[in-house]
Design a protein around this ligand. Sequence first.
Ligand SMILES: Cc1cc2nc3c(=O)[nH]c(=O)nc-3n(C[C@H](O)[C@H](O)[C@H](O)COP(=O)(O)O)c2cc1C
Length: 373
Amino acid sequence: MRIGPHDISPALVVAPMAGVTDRPFRALCRQFGAGMAVSEMVSADPRLRASAKTRQRTDHEGEPGPVVAQIAGAQPQWLADAARFNVKRGAQIIDINMGCPAKKVCNLAAGSALLRDEALVARILEAVVAAVDVPVTLKIRTGWDRSTRNALTVARIAQDCGIQALTIHGRTRADAFDGEAEYDTIAAVKAAVRIPVIANGDITDARRARAVLAATGADALMIGRGAFGRPWLFREIAHFLATGELLPPPDAAQWSTVVVEHVRAMHAFYGEPTGVRVARKHVGWYVHGIAGGEQLREQVNAAQCAASQMAAVEAWCALLRAKAAAARTIPDAGGGNGPDAAIGAGLCATGARPVYNNHGMAARRARTRAEET
Ligand SMILES: Cc1cc2nc3c(=O)[nH]c(=O)nc-3n(C[C@H](O)[C@H](O)[C@H](O)COP(=O)(O)O)c2cc1C
């Protein structure tokens, strides 16, 4: 997929996720083969520009290009100014958020609420495209609700306004994260516009990725929750799409390196106490479904400083590696209360691991598995 001067290869994009896709996580996903990663949304409200949150969200130091900053708001001029501000801070692509259903965002008539006002959509897109000389992209849902699905109309408006790629999450705003994403609307949009279309929603493993590409004809895939605690998902999908082979999951040593380095990166990026708090969430996702993982989760949640949190992670990972090594030579090693050989033994293989969060993904994955078997 090409967006302006940027070749996005592989055509796998890390979804913008407020509170998750910070610079450390984006960098990690890029390391694991994502072709592009979109920042957490940055409010267009100029009054928030000096806030610590905006400073962190617009910090792209050392980030591999193309750097994509997402902006959210409802006023064309504020969004145009925000686009210029983000370009000054290093953004090479500006993405506009018209997909977020969060009340905090929609109450301001921003995010997916904008889909109800097509004239305002056009004014915003024109203002932002005119404001910057980098490519501008748009992220939408399929519509406000199922009776007013207008993704096709919005896509045409976007194309006419000079938007250079369009991401569609296959749910309406009213759907929130309920039910299954649908891909028919994405396929219809892809068939109708010339700009690249990125399909998004419920892509949690390599087989699903291939199925969504086939169903939509999309130019690229965007992946969000499926990468929680599994940044290597991008490598798995890229490999499967290129070769038809499923990669094994990371072994205990590889897994430990990722977790330790990720926690270290969060501590360095945020400092204390924020880094310690943000790391709790990610470690919780990493260990979910791993025998003994609850023990580490409790330890990182209890830790009050970066040093003690890091020590807990390193000690647990050392034990995990030792147990995995023992399991390779002693058949009955593993189990018990501590970390066991689950990872080394491949029990966390793609699709075999329970999921982490409250967005209905566990049930969906179970269904996908059932369909595949
Ligand atoms: C915690 C969280 C935060 C999100 N924040 C944003 C955001 O800042 N901007 C946006 O456009 N979408 C946001 N989204 C929506 C995702 O980008 C994506 O469209 C959605 O999760 C569906 O993709 P998935 O099924 O691969 O997770 C967020 C989703 C989650 C779960």
